[in-house]
Design a protein around this ligand. Structure first.
Ligand code: ZN
Length: 222
């Protein structure tokens, strides 16, 4: 928000400069010619300061559309928290949270950036970047209506392959990333236990009680 205000200030400077070339500014008898270098600088600064916010708005809109598809058409609205939002968030320690009633999903500060990095180079995704994909799928499952964390996470595990493909990741890479999450990070949660254990169930595996037998499940064999 602060960046947008700074951007608006520079935009205002540009408008004032153009305006003074038509209407004489206070204290002058004649309109002043536009200073092109000044105009270029203030317009450049206006765009520069607006860019991070505009880019985040676009990314949120892009994520919202895909989260809605994953949530079986329950309308999702994704918000990528800035550092400031995260500080004010009552659930600041969670990587993300969702409200199934309103469809609002909040993703905390570094995780939207990590998801952006994942989408930029899925073939060489780091473990954390793959986790960011799972956080996105997990929160989408809350919007779909599930609130039990172990069941929500298992639904996400089975849909991470679908999620990656919705982002345009190639079939082979999407499968690999989704399976990597299930085989490593997810299994670690079970071993760590405690808070992490609440997101894990040994029934979340092919053929077990939580298997939804999705035709495009992460673990389905083609
Ligand atoms: Zn959750």
């Amino acid at each position: 928000m602060l960046w947008i205000l700074i951007s608006l200030f520079f935009f205002f400077c540009a408008v004032r400069e153009i305006r003074s070339s038509f209407i004489a500014p206070a204290g002058y008898d004649l309109p002043m010619p536009v200073s092109k270098p000044y105009l270029a600088v203030v317009l450049g600064l206006a765009v520069l300061f607006a860019w991070p916010t505009v880019h985040r708005w676009y990314f949120q809109w892009y994520l919202s559309g895909r989260a809605t598809v994953l949530a079986d058409d329950h309308r999702a609205k994704v918000h990528c928290n800035t550092m400031f939002d995260t500080m004010l968030d009552s659930e600041m320690l969670a990587s993300g949270h969702a409200n199934p009633r309103t469809g609002e999903i909040a993703i905390q500060k570094p995780w939207c950036d990590r998801l952006m990095s994942y989408l930029a180079h899925p073939t060489r995704a780091s473990e954390l970047e793959v986790v960011s994909l799972d956080i996105f799928t997990h929160e989408s499952m809350h919007v779909r209506g599930e609130m039990n964390e172990a069941r929500t996470e298992c639904q996400a595990v089975q849909r991470n392959y679908r999620a990656a493909k919705l982002f345009g990741v190639s079939d082979e890479t999407a499968k690999q990333n989704a399976l990597d999450y299930f085989n490593t990070t997810y299994q670690m949660r079970g071993k760590i236990g405690g808070m992490q254990g609440a997101y894990y169930s040994d029934q979340c595996a092919p053929g077990k009680a939580m298997d939804e037998h999705l035709s495009d499940s992460t673990w389905a064999t083609p």
